[in-house]
Design a protein around this ligand. Sequence first.
Ligand code: SF4
Length: 482
Amino acid sequence: MRLALYTPLEAFRPDIADVVRIFYGEGSVLPEDAPGRDGALVHTHELEGGVWRETFALTLEGQTRRQTLEAPAVFGGLEEKRQLKRLIKRCCYALLRDVTGRRPPWGSLTGIRPTRLYYQRLERGDTREQARSYLAEQFDLSPEKIGLLDEIVDAQRGLIDVEENACDLYIGIPFCTTRCAYCSFSSGEIGDGRLVEPYLTALLHEIDACARMAKEKSLRLRAGYVGGGTPTSLSASQLDRLLSHAERAFGPLAEWTVEGGRPDTLTRERLTALRDHPVTRISVNPQTMRDETLRRIGRAHTAAQTEEAFSLARAMGFDDINMDVIAALPGEDADIFGETLRRVSALAPESLTVHTLAIKRSSRLHEQGFCPDARDAARMVAMGREAAHAMGMRAYYLYRQKYMAENLENVGYALPGRACRYNIDNMEETTSVLALGAGGITKVVRRKEEKIVRAPNIANIEQYIARVDEMIERKRRALFPA
Ligand code: SF4
C-alpha cells in the first residue's frame, strides 16, 4: 500500500508516517502528489475555543473514511508539542485500525522506550493500575504488552534509582570477522581488522583522558560494557592489553560485561584473557541454532560451535552468560525458532535476549527485499518469552527499533539477581554513560534540569583514529558545560 500524505503540520509528518507504517509497512508513505500511489491520507488540524480538532480522511478505491478526535489545547513549549503529537497519532491510528481491522500489539506507540511512559505516569502519582489503564486507553496497548511493561518495572525496582553522579562506561570495538546480512553499519564503520592496532592506540588514549575527567567530575562508575562489533575479534593479547588498561584507569567496577558475540571467536586463549580480568558477564550469541540460516545471514560459525563455546566458558568459570536470539530470520518459522530456543534453554544461560529482526535500510536483507511475516514474528517473540519464563527468567529491559517486524521489540530476560545494570541504565537513560571508541554516544544525564546532553564519537574508524582528541574534547564540553 502506498499513500500520499497531506498534512498542514509538516513538523508532524514523520510522526504520522510512523503510524501509517505500523499498518502498511516500509515505503507506504509518499510525499504529496507523488506518482504511483494507491490512495491519499489527508490530515486537517483546527483550533477553536481552546480545543484541538484533528481529522484524518483516507481515500482508497474511490471511497473515503474519516476519523476526528478532539482534546483541550495545551499552550506552551514542549508539553504543547507532546500533547498535540499524541492526539494526531491517536487519530490517525484510530482511522487505520478501523479501516484495516488490525490491532497492533503496541497500539499507536512508536517510541523506542515504552517503559518511560509507564514511569512518567507513576512519577505523576498514578497507581500501577491507573498507569496500566492510561496506556490501554491512550495508546491501545494490548494486555500482553502492558503485562510485559509491568514485569520490567518490577524487575527494575531497586536498580533504577541511582545517585546523581553515577556513571557507566561503554567501550566499543568496531571489528567483526564477517558482516551479518542484517547489519546496518558500513564496512568503514565495522572495519576489516587492518586498523586494529592504530585503533587500540587511539582508544587507550581516550580511556586515559576519560578516566581523568571522571575523577575530576567525581563520577561514581558502576557498570562497564565492552560491545561492538565483536570485541572478541581482538586477539587474546589485545584483549588483555585493553582490559588491563581500562582496569588501571578506572579502577574496579561492580559489573563488567564483554560481548563475546560470535561464538567462533571464543577460543580458550581469549576466554582466559577475559577471565584474568574482573569480567563479570559475557555474551555468547547464537542468533539461531540452524546452520543453514547462519550461512544465509553471513555468520561464520555453526550451532555446534555456539554450544562448544558456551560449555568451554562455563567450564572456565564464567557464571553469568547471556545469549541473544533473533526472531523472524530469513527462512525461519516458529518450529525452527522453537528448536533454537530448546537448544539454548538446554545450555541454561543466566540471561536471554530475544530480538526481533529489524530490516534496516543499509542492510543486505533490505537490498534483497526480505520482509518477515508479521504474524510469524509475533508468534516467535511470544515463544521467546515463554522459553525465558520456563527457565525462571523475567523481563528486565526492553527497547524497540525502527523497521522491526510487526513494530515489535527486543527484550532482555534474566534470572533473579542477574539483570545487567548497564542494559537497564542505557535503556532507561537514568544514568550517564561515558562512551569510548568509534560510534560511541556519551550521554550526560542532568536530572535536575531533566535534560540529557549527548556527545557522539564519529563512527568511521579511520576518522575516529585521526580525530580522537576532538572526541575527548566533545566529552569534556558535555561533562563540564561553560
Ligand atoms: S556482529 Fe553486529 S556489528 Fe558485526 S556484522 Fe553482525 S550486526 Fe554488524
